[in-house]
Every structure is written in structure tokens, then in C-alpha cells.
Design a protein around this ligand. Structure first.
Ligand code: PMP
Length: 453
């Protein structure tokens, strides 16, 4: 980054130093950090972020994709304030109407969802999904893909981006913990699979089918590496045949690839679906949805019936536990419903697809003209700028792309008023307008000039 830019963000540097005294690394989530220090933001309006030095950025982070209608959309705001002020409370801790309104909406939009439970983050949703799959099937192991992220707990924080030397062969990867302090139990009880390689997946899944409760996956890895249609179709048939539940983790893809997520886009029915991000309209949220016969296990009435179903121990099933003080928070659900309503209105989601496509095509042309091979990979409203001339089907291929050049471009873009955390994917929102897109293209043009000269 140029010296001029470090001057432009010097209040951020000072605030980061101050934060680092009382918060480890100065950040409340590791992902918020980048060298030499993150930029501290003060305000967000529509498609823009404003930092503590008063610099304006067109925001493509959109809080890791959570903000689908930009910052502070007036209709989302009024739904939230209406809920808080007119009802005189922030939260009840009891059932309330919005829980049902939003659940009905999800059931109507997501082909794989008959019933819904809410929680407070995407991570909680996948945790619940994995436990429920185990309770339903009576099996203990979990299958997941190398390179797929489902949250930060021990059971799934394996081989998200492992050191390749520790990760085994590409056709038969081994689970690698992503953090110190993790339990060996989960490393031993996790079956790691290679993404977009059906022959290898079939071999591994057939070998361990009797132990595997579920296969959890991001239908589009990281929001930008799609499962090939044939791959995901065969995977659905195979998991069905082997009695393995298929969990679509749609925390990123929900409402961003289609209103009904990747399952709508692919026309494939998972057994369980996890949602988060966009669903909360900017507030913390997670949700698990799925087949009625599986979801019903969560019902306290159902587990009580089962527990008292007679003397026959064979028929006894342990009660299934799911709870949370803030589950179904009215403010969050009001924001989520308002957001979905906005996306349905005036073809707003379709228009956002068109804007994203335009940006991807123009960027590819521009990079090509500058002599830099690049594919703007992604689906719906998410894409990533991948500097490569090779096809990318999984994490290992992604790691072969030119991330050094990409990072250099990202740092120039920050200076030029485009905000995405270095190396992060782009999330487009309904708030990005034509002027933003033109400015973004101009900034990329200028950034390419700077890094190639
Ligand atoms: N699953 C996927 C696919 C995600 O992208 C994320 C968050 N990036 C999570 C789960 C975890 O969600 P949260 O950060 O809300 O816990």
C-alpha cells in the first residue's frame, strides 16, 4: 500500500493500537484482521461504508454477504423500530407471531424445508443440523468436504484451508484441525471428501456408509465454486441410497443465488438446510429447516411421547435438545421478513443478478485486456476474482491461483475507495447502483495500471 494511503487511514491505525490493548489482535473475529491493520468503520449507508478518517468506500464485503439490501435500508429499519416501539419490548422469551410468519415464508421458498427452528448464528444452525442427523440416523460420523466452512466449532472446523502437506492426497483427503486446542474425537469421527470428484466420493462414502449420519456441504463452495450439476445430482442419489442425510449449508447461498437458495437453483432436495446471514436482515441469526419427519424430533411433545411410549426399550429414544434464550428474536425476524419482502418486490433480486453479471463480464474483459488471466467466478449475487487461466473446481485448485497479484490489486482498490477485505469474495446488494458499478470498474482499471506498471 502506498504511503499516501497509510496517511489516509491513520486514525484506523491509532484505534487499532488502542483496541489491541483490550481486545486480542484488536479484532473480535479473526477474519476481521488484515495486515498491517484493519480499517475501522464508522458509518454505513446503502452501498457505502465510511471509515473513522472520513474515507468513503463502495462496500462489497456487505458483512460477508449478510447485507442483501445494503446498509440501513429504510424499510428494514422501520420494520425493526415498529417491532420494538409499537410492541413495547425487544424480546418476549415466548412464542410470537413473527416466528410463524417467517417459518411459513421459508417453507414456501425452500423446497427442502417443511419445518423450521431458529437460532442465532449460522454456526449454531449447522451444529443443530449435525446433531439432529445423528439423532435421526443413530450414526456417529460426519462427512464433509475439504475447503467447506460451516462454523468455528470442533466438529466442522476441519480442513477448511489446510496445509496441503498435512491434508493427504487430493482424491482421499484427511481431516486437519484448523485451530489449536481442538478435540481429537472429531478428527477421528470425520470423513473428509474431495469436492467435485464423484468417483472418489462414492468410494469413500460406500466404505463408511454404516457410520456416516450426514454429509454436510456448501452447494457452492465459498459462494463461488459451484458443485457441478452432475456431481451434486449423483451425490444426492448416492446419499439417499446409503441412508446418509444430505445437509445443504445455505448460510452463504440462501437468498443470494435464488430466493430459495442453491436448492432452487440446482433443483435438488436436501434433507436438511441451514440458513443465516441474509435471513437476519443485518441482525444475528441462524435457522435449520428440513424434512418434517426429521425436524419433528426437535419437538418436546414428540420426544416426551417417545420417552413414555411403553416398556419396550427398543422403542425408546432419548429426547432431542435444542434451546436458546434469543432464538426467534422478534427484532431479527422483523428485519429478516422485511428483507425477503424487499427482494421479492419489483424483481429486486433479479435486478441484482443482472448487475452482478454485468460487473463480472466487464471485469473479465478488462483483466484480459491488461494481460491478466482472470475469471470472475460465482453464482447469483456472489463472485470472486480468481487470477488464473485454469479451471477451478475445488480448494486445491483455488490455492494454485495467483493470490499475490490478487492481494496487490485489493490493497490498491482500498486506496481507490473499493472495500472488500483482501482476497475476500464480492457480495453485491440491491443498494449497488449503476454509478457504483461504473466507479468500481474505473477503480479496477486504475488498480491494474498501478500493479502492472
Ligand atoms: N456456514 C457457512 C456456509 C458460512 O458461510 C458461515 C459464515 N461465513 C457459517 C456457516 C457460520 O455462520 P456464522 O458466522 O453466522 O456463525
Amino acid at each position: 500500500k502506498s504511503a499516501a494511503f497509510s496517511d489516509k487511514i491513520k486514525t484506523s491505525r491509532l484505534m487499532h493500537e488502542e483496541a489491541s490493548e483490550v481486545i486480542p489482535g484488536g479484532v473480535t473475529a479473526n477474519i476481521k484482521y488484515f495486515a498491517p491493520h484493519p480499517i475501522v468503520m464508522e458509518e454505513g449507508h446503502g452501498s457505502k461504508l465510511y471509515d473513522v478518517d472520513g474515507n468513503e468506500y463502495i462496500d462489497y464485503l456487505m458483512c460477508y454477504g449478510a447485507l442483501m439490501t445494503g446498509h440501513g435500508h429504510p424499510e428494514v429499519f422501520s420494520a425493526v423500530t415498529e417491532q420494538m416501539y409499537s410492541k413495547g419490548t425487544t424480546i418476549f422469551g415466548t412464542p410470537h407471531k413473527l416466528e410463524v410468519d417467517l417459518a411459513k415464508k421459508l417453507v414456501s421458498l425452500y423446497p427442502g424445508i417443511d419445518q423450521v427452528r431458529y437460532c442465532n448464528s449460522g454456526m449454531e444452525a449447522t451444529l443443530l443440523a449435525v446433531r439432529l442427523a445423528s439423532a435421526y440416523t443413530g450414526k456417529k460420523k460426519l462427512a464433509k468436504f475439504e475447503g467447506h466452512y460451516h462454523g468455528g466449532y470442533d466438529q466442522v472446523l476441519l480442513s477448511v484451508n489446510p496445509e496441503e502437506s498435512k491434508a493427504g492426497s487430493s482424491s482421499s483427503p484427511t481431516p486437519v484441525p484448523e485451530s489449536s486446542g481442538m478435540s481429537d474425537y472429531h478428527t477421528e469421527h470425520t470423513i473428509m471428501l474431495p469436492f467435485n470428484d464423484i468417483e472418489s466420493c462414492e468410494k469413500i462414502l460406500r466404505t463408511h456408509a454404516d457410520d456416516i449420519s450426514a454429509l454436510i456441504m456448501e452447494p457452492v463452495q465459498g459462494g463461488f465454486i459451484p458443485a457441478e450439476k452432475e456431481f451434486i445430482t449423483k451425490l444426492r442419489a448416492l446419499t439417499h441410497e446409503l441412508g446418509i442425510l444430505l445437509i445443504f449449508d445455505e448460510v452463504k447461498t440462501g437468498f443470494r443465488l435464488a430466493l430459495g437458495g442453491a436448492q432452487e437453483m440446482y433443483g435438488i432436495l436436501p434433507d436438511l438446510t441451514t440458513l443465516g446471514k441474509v435471513l437476519g436482515g443485518g441482525f444475528p441469526v441462524g435457522a435449520l429447516g428440513g424434512r418434517r419427519d426429521i425436524m419433528e424430533l426437535c419437538s418436546p411433545a414428540a420426544s416426551k411421547d417417545i420417552l413414555t411410549a411403553g416398556d419396550d426399550n427398543q422403542n425408546k429414544r432419548e429426547a432431542f435438545f435444542h434451546s436458546g434464550t434469543y432464538n426467534g428474536h422478534p427484532t431479527t425476524l422483523a428485519a429478516g421478513l422485511a428483507t425477503i419482502h424487499l427482494l421479492e418486490k419489483h424483481h429486486n433480486l433479479d435486478k441484482t443478478f443482472q448487475k452482478t453479471e454485468y460487473l463480472k463480464k466487464e471485469l473479465e474483459k478488462m483483466y484480459y485486456s491488461a494481460g491478466i488471466p482472470m475469471t470472475a467466478m460465482g453464482e447469483g449475487t456472489i463472485f470472486n476474482i480468481v487470477v488464473t487461466d485454469k479451471p477451478i473446481k475445488n480448494l486445491r485448485q483455488m490455492n494454485q491461483s495467483n493470490t499475490e497479484l490478487r492481494k496487490a490489486i485489493d490493497y490498491e482498490l482500498l486506496d481507490l475507495g473499493i472495500y472488500s477485505k483482501p482476497l475476500n469474495r464480492y457480495s453485491v446488494s440491491t443498494a449497488h447502483d449503476e454509478k457504483d458499478l461504473d466507479k468500481t470498474l474505473q477503480a479496477h482499471y486504475d488498480a491494474l495500471q498501478r500493479v502492472t506498471n
